[in-house]
Design a protein around this ligand. Structure first.
Ligand code: ZN
Length: 407
């Protein structure tokens, strides 16, 4: 039997379904201020599972109660390849549980689907990566390199888990990564980027009855928001068109005035703030995008005498990413999809940014996003994953890891 066939035969679908359900049943919504609402419990479960399945475990303490858990198989050798199968342990809020048909942390298994918060995003992808790595370990297939399965914290927040990973020896040793996010098992070589531009307008406080004695920052912000479609058109002309990504968008999401102090109907506030959610496709670098935002702020300020406008990115820039189809990882995955599913690879694109964005930006390594679950289901009520897709994902990861690490 070939190494691949043997490793594939060691994926037990029942075990994969059970692990996914166990992970979903451990709530891991992060609630700042609540020391018990973090990834600690699910990370402990992941760690115990990895140890029980023969993986070497590295724990990285990112923040109190928030460890990255890495399961490691093999040693770097030959050309030094280290492949990461990447997942995250945090999930977004379940919202109102009464809105769910299936309890958000019940992991109900109905008609071939597992329901719950994180079922798609992304405890299923993480479970598939863990089971795939364990199957390769049990198969004793020789690896020309090292396979790492990573369960990172805080993907849904500031991405402190992956940022921490990038500063560690094992992070710096990575040569490629598969991001196991829900993309219907399509191979996504492109991810949209994002910058949250927090814009602050500063004017002069005055009485609402005598606006001529002040400088109203709200008018300036209104001008900027009204000008957002123009900024969007500019970015669309700068960014590359993509078959797999929606074009850039500029969306005002937060607006506040006054920024501090008590709002009063007869007081023109000194400051006003807005956030623009700017989504990008590959092309311009951060400086080129920043220049467009600078220009938009300047236009709005020019139209508002006495008001200054500045902006700053919240959580830095996450530029759009793209990798080439000629990358060894991509070629390995194309082959893997056919070997694992009997079907040709389907291509897709990631609508938002992921931990992969940081790996690509910080380490420059190729990433491919591919995992089980419908692309649009994350963060919705009755989130679910199809078992058939989950099993396919584990098979694809096995075949991809073997192809990439025995090439
Ligand atoms: Zn996710």
């Amino acid at each position: 039997m070939s190494a691949l066939k043997r490793a594939l035969s060691l994926i037990a679908p029942d075990e994969l379904v059970a692990l996914t359900r166990e992970l979903v049943r451990i709530p891991s919504v992060v609630r700042p201020g609540d020391p018990n609402a973090n990834e600690a419990a699910v990370a402990a479960h992941v760690e115990a599972w990895m140890r029980a399945h023969g993986l070497t475990v590295e724990l990285q303490s990112v923040a109190p109660g928030r460890p990255n858990v890495l399961g490691i198989l093999g040693e770097p050798q030959g050309d030094g390849r280290t492949l990461l199968l990447e997942g995250h342990t945090d999930v977004v809020t379940e919202g109102d549980p009464a809105a769910w048909t299936h309890p958000p942390f019940g992991a109900d298994l109905v008609d071939g689907k597992i329901y719950g918060r994180g079922a798609a995003d992304m405890k299923s992808g993480l479970a598939a990566a863990m089971v795939a790595t364990a199957a390769i370990a049990r198969s004793e297939a020789p690896l020309a390199g090292r396979l790492v399965v990573g369960a990172l914290v805080d993907e849904e927040g500031d991405m402190i888990g992956v940022k921490h990973l990038c500063t560690t020896p094992i992070g710096r040793s990575l040569s490629a990564a598969i991001i196991c996010e829900p993309e219907q098992n399509e191979l996504c070589l492109e991810q949209r980027g994002v910058v949250w531009a927090r814009v602050t307008a500063r004017g002069r406080m005055a009485h609402g009855a005598m606006p001529e004695t002040g400088a109203n920052p709200i008018r300036a912000l209104a001008a900027l928001v009204a000008d957002a479609p123009r900024l969007e058109r500019r970015l669309r002309s700068l960014c590359a068109r993509s078959r797999y990504l929606k074009p850039p968008t500029v969306t005002p999401t937060v607006i506040a005035a006054p920024v501090a102090g008590v709002p009063q109907s007869n007081v023109i506030p000194a400051t006003a703030q807005a956030t623009l959610d700017v989504r990008l496709t590959p092309g311009p670098d951060a400086a080129a995008v920043a220049k467009e935002l600078d220009d938009a702020c300047r236009r709005a300020a020019d139209a508002s005498p006495g008001v200054t406008i500045e902006w700053a990115p919240v959580n830095g820039f996450r530029i759009a990413t793209k990798v080439d189809r000629d990358e060894p990882l991509v070629r390995a995955m194309v082959r893997a999809v056919r070997q694992a599913t009997g079907r040709p690879a389907r291509w897709g694109g990631v609508p938002g940014s992921t931990d992969g964005t940081i790996l690509r930006m910080e380490l420059g390594i190729p990433i491919v996003t591919c995992g089980p679950g419908h692309r649009l289901i994350p963060h919705q009520v009755d989130e679910h994953v199809e078992v058939a897709e989950l099993v396919d994902a584990a098979r694809i990861y096995v075949a991809a890891a073997l192809a990439y690490l025995t090439a």
